[in-house]
Ligand binder design. Sequence first.
Ligand code: A8S
Length: 169
Amino acid sequence: MKDMYHAHAPLSPEQCSSTIRQLIHAPLPLVWSIVRQFDNPQAYKQFIKSCDLISGDGGSGSVRDVTVVSGLPAERSTERLDQLDDDLHVMVFSIIGGDHKLVNYQSTTTLQEDASKSGGGTVVMESYVVDIPADSCEEDTCVFVDTIIGCNLKSLARVSEKIARGKVP
Ligand code: A8S
């Protein structure tokens, strides 16, 4: 049902795109309360060391500067919140700067209640579109981004499920 948010305009040969899904055994309002904090991505994104809001109040149009943990091929990234819909549970952000190779990156995250399970599960879907760097290829670019998003969503599941079980993260 939320698939339409992940259907991108036709890609050019210089772009790549993919969608990652994660089932979380925690109620949607709890998962959304973690995802929607644009100024606090380190709440679940383990590669992020710190985050400063440099423009806006955390709503649509806000810009954040993110510092990543050491050992990665980059140190910082500047990101803009394009859309935050608390009713539809849709978040869209773009990467607009930084010392990394992800040019024209835009990500869309949607949450929906898991219909197949009783017990308050949440299905998170995150898709992205990004330019393929001149010195790379489609497969390597997708594997790199899919890996980061996969780690982020698994971590989001761990953090949410811990809170849902009544423990502090
Ligand atoms: C996100 C998604 C991504 C973040 C990437 C793909 C990044 O923060 C990391 C390494 C890089 O080389 C690029 O939702 C960048 O955060 C971990 C610094 C942008």
